[in-house]
Each structure stands twice: as structure tokens, then as C-alpha cells.
Ligand binder design. Structure first.
Ligand code: ATP
Ligand code: MG
Length: 158
């Protein structure tokens, strides 16, 4: 389905923001115009839900979660950045493997199965996009996603 990714992303962030846990701030750095993508809405919602809930779940001390979207040639670059526990450099690829959970996450405190990012990767790649992580242990994590850009339109959001 062809749709404006910016509007779609705002809706998803709004839904989380209605219930932000204490100690978190949301910061949106989204363009003020429409960027069209061709997506399966349910599947891309599942991807973003998992990435955003991870950002919250693995930030035990709260912090700012920053949402960004920018245009990169023929793609949209979408990112979700947290100030949480981070991921060790040598584990950055492993977190996309099925059932992988970093040591610190294997406690009862952080419930989960370790499937979220593996499924997210399959779904993003089915959209001809990519997903990867960058992180500094103890400082935070950024999950980056690209999606092919189908078109754009100037718009003035107030
Ligand atoms: P599930 O999503 O299936 O409920 P999960 O959150 O453990 O469980 P994934 O979403 O696949 O599984 O994440 C895999 C692992 O990657 C996590 O257990 C955690 O160790 C690490 N991880 C994911 N996102 C972050 C993040 N934002 N900050 C720090 N570590 C993360
Ligand atoms: Mg998860």
C-alpha cells in the first residue's frame, strides 16, 4: 500500500507517547513534507513496535528516544535512538539472529523471546529495505532502517 511514511510514523510514535513510561522523553526529527513508501502497514507496524519497545525496555534509566527520518538518494533512512544500556560492538549483528539475547537481557527483568529483531529483519528485507544497529555500550543504541522511496510532496505541517 502506497502511503506517506511520515504521517504513518507520527501515528505510531503518538500511540507510544500516550503511555510513555516515567523518565522518558520523545524527540521527533521528522521532515515537514510527505515521503511515500509502498508498505504492508501491519508488518511495518510490527517492525516499528518492536524497535520502539526495545528502546524503552533496554533503557532501564529512561532517557531521550529520538526518532529521525531523512531522505538518502532513493531511500528513506529511519532511525530510533535511545540512551539505554547499549550493545557490545561484537554483538551488533547477532541481535538480529533468532533467539539471540545479550547477556544483560537474559534476566527475568527484561522479558522476551529474542525473536523481535529477527522477525523485523525479515519484514524489512521483504520490503527491499535494510536494518542494522549501531551502539556504544552503556551509552545507547540506534536502530537504522531503510525503505525504498516511491515519491515525495512538499507539505506544510502546522
Ligand atoms: P522479543 O522482542 O522477542 O520480545 P527481545 O526484545 O529480547 O525479545 P529482540 O527484540 O530480537 O528480542 O532483541 C534481541 C536482543 O537484542 C535483546 O534481547 C537485547 O539483548 C538486544 N537489544 C535489542 N534492542 C536493544 C536496544 N535498543 N538496546 C540494547 N539492547 C538491545
Ligand atoms: Mg524485542
Amino acid at each position: 500500500e502506497r502511503m506517506d511514511f511520515i504521517e504513518f510514523f507520527h501515528h505510531i510514535i503518538d500511540r507510544f507517547e500516550m503511555n510513555v513510561p516515567e523518565g522518558f522523553q520523545f524527540n521527533r526529527d521528522l521532515p515537514n513534507q510527505s515521503y511515500y513508501v509502498s508498505i504492508d502497514v501491519d508488518k511495518m507496524t510490527q517492525v516499528l513496535d518492536n524497535v520502539i519497545s526495545n528502546a524503552i525496555k533496554y533503557s532501564p534509566n529512561g532517557g531521550t528516544i529520538t526518532f529521525r527520518v531523512s531522505k538518502q538518494r532513493y531511500q528513506l533512512l529511519i532511525s530510533v535512538e535511545d540512551q539505554g544500556m547499549g550493545v557490545a560492538y561484537d554483538k551488533l549483528d547477532k541481535i538480529f539472529d533468532r533467539f539471540y539475547r545479550a547477556d544483560k537481557a537474559r534476566t527475568r527483568k527484561f522479558g522476551g523471546t529474542g525473536l523481535g529483531l529477527a522477525i523485523s529483519k525479515e519484514l524489512v528485507e521483504a520490503h527491499h529495505g535494510r536494518i542494522w544497529a549501531s551502539s556504544k555500550e552503556g551509552k545507547g543504541t540506534t536502530i537504522n532502517i531503510t525503505l525504498p522511496l516511491m515519491g515525495m510532496k512538499r507539505r506544510n505541517r502546522s
